[in-house]
Design a protein around this ligand. Structure first.
Ligand SMILES: C[S@@+](CC[C@H](N)C(=O)[O-])C[C@H]1O[C@@H](n2cnc3c(N)ncnc32)[C@H](O)[C@@H]1O
Length: 428
């Protein structure tokens, strides 16, 4: 295989772009790359996003050997052979059979400023035709913006582009967005990329107007957290009693926890019917299972004061001997809401309590806490399960995934993409 073409810029920017793709794309899907050029981007993204299948393309076929070579070097098997696709073509690809399916993502880097302005409308119209209902178009490149001073580097770059070809030039983000709107796409995020690329570049993500919800994590697909689900073996059952205000919170960790723990149940409410709660505390989760021998010992995860110690039943070593007979009850809400849940549901007040031993600092950087060791629902439950089952290491992968979830939330908040928190409503 001949030496592949090499773009120093692509080598510098592929990893930071991959990080953005990881934070904005759902866990899996099919992606089309428009204007693949050397192939360095698609090779890097395919190797870094193994649950995505990639279709590279370019108007010029002379880079196809290079694309194949970079992909072979990366070892990624999830990339198809490149196809000729000129965005100006009325059907994509321009040669051979038309694409039969839709793409979940279309990615196009550094084409809009190195081609005539008409390619922008063509890209948007084509993306609109070939994106799935919940798909996203992501463009990367330099933009001129009304509210951002254009850097000296970008001004020089623009002059040199126009000297090379009068039809080239750095595009105004407003105008790109207008073309997207005409094609039925709307800008859902604009992400500033590091300035070290020599000239400043932005990524934009335009998506069809409709907001599609992931039916597993129940978030918009653009902020889906399913890739953080970490199936974790556990012996102690978990019941999450969720305050209604938590249900719509993008910051909430209970859903990720529930999706990762097979023996967990979630019930949302403030005052629970006594019979229903009684069953949830002690009966087998599976309907129809024998109740007599399988009744669970419910334990409330809640701090215990010295006054409580006198009145509450104690956790005996006999109860703790068999983790599979235990059911951990977790109140999911702010401290105030958790106290309220406890106050409003007398059955909960009668349960023996589990206090966490040696609470670490919380890594829940996205929520205001009164104390540094106030943990998220997921962190507290993992610590409690580790304590009850005598195997803290078992829950570490889920805690690591939680760190990723927090990082994703921060990245999406900075990109203006999060939903459900008080200050930011859904964008997609
Ligand atoms: C500067 S390169 C960018 C390559 C790669 N995306 C990157 O960022 O490293 C621009 C690419 O746009 C492609 N291109 C230009 N006009 C095009 C069109 N009308 N349709 C599809 N690709 C086009 C060129 O062939 C070239 O490969």
């Amino acid at each position: 295989m001949p030496d592949p073409l090499h773009s120093p810029a692509a080598e510098r920017n592929r990893q930071p772009i991959l990080e953005v793709l990881r934070s904005v794309l759902p866990a899996h899907g099919v992606a089309l790359e428009v204007a693949s050029g050397t192939g360095q981007h698609v090779a890097c993204f395919a190797a870094g996003l193994l649950r995505w299948n990639w279709q590279p393309s370019d108007a010029q076929a002379d880079g196809f050997a290079s694309i194949a070579s970079w992909c072979a070097q990366s070892g990624a098997a999830n990339v198809k052979a490149a196809v000729v696709l000129d965005v100006m073509s009325p059907r994509w690809p321009s040669e051979g059979a038309e694409f039969s399916g839709r793409f979940d993502a279309i990615y196009c880097a550094n084409m809009l400023h190195i081609s005539p302005w008409a390619t922008c409308a063509a890209l948007m119209q084509g993306a609109s035709r070939y994106l799935s209902a919940n798909g996203v178009l992501i463009t990367y490149g330099p933009y001129v913006e009304r509210t951002v001073t254009t850097s000296a580097g970008n001004l020089d770059f623009d002059v040199s582009l126009r000297e090379t070809d009068a039809e080239w030039g750095i595009r105004a983000l407003d105008e790109v967005t207008q073309e997207a709107a005409l094609a039925g796409l709307r800008l859902s995020a604009r992400i500033q990329m590091p300035a070290r690329f020599g000239c400043s570049a932005g990524m934009t993500s335009a998506s069809p107007v409709k907001r599609i919800i992931c039916d597993t994590c129940l978030r918009p697909l653009s902020t889906c957290i399913c890739h953080w689900i970490t199936p974790t073996a556990h012996a102690v059952d978990v019941v999450l009693l969720r305050h209604p205000l938590e249900e719509r919170s993008a910051k909430g960790s209970a859903r990720l926890l529930h999706l990762s723990l097979a023996h967990s149940r979630v019930m949302t409410g403030e005052v629970f019917a006594e019979r229903e709660l009684q069953a949830l505390l002690h009966d087998p989760f599976e309907p129809g299972a024998e109740t007599t021998n399988d009744e669970k010992h419910a334990i409330l995860l809640y701090p215990q004061t010295s006054e409580d110690t006198a009145t509450l039943p104690t956790l005996t070593s006999e109860m703790l001997r068999d983790p599979s007979r235990l059911r951990l009850i977790v109140l999911d809400g702010t401290w105030r809401k958790s106290r309220k849940l406890l106050y409003l549901n007398p059955l909960l007040q009668q349960l023996p309590r589990l206090s966490l031993i040696g609470v670490p600092l919380s890594r829940y950087l996205i929520r205001k806490a009164h104390r540094a060791n106030q943990l998220s629902t997921l962190e507290a439950t993992c610590r409690a399960l580790g304590q009850l089952e005598g195997n803290a290491a078992q829950f570490q992968p889920l805690l690591n995934a939680f760190d990723g979830f927090v990082t994703q939330h921060v990245a999406q908040r900075e990109a203006g993409m999060n939903f459900g928190s008080k200050s930011s409503k859904a964008v997609i």
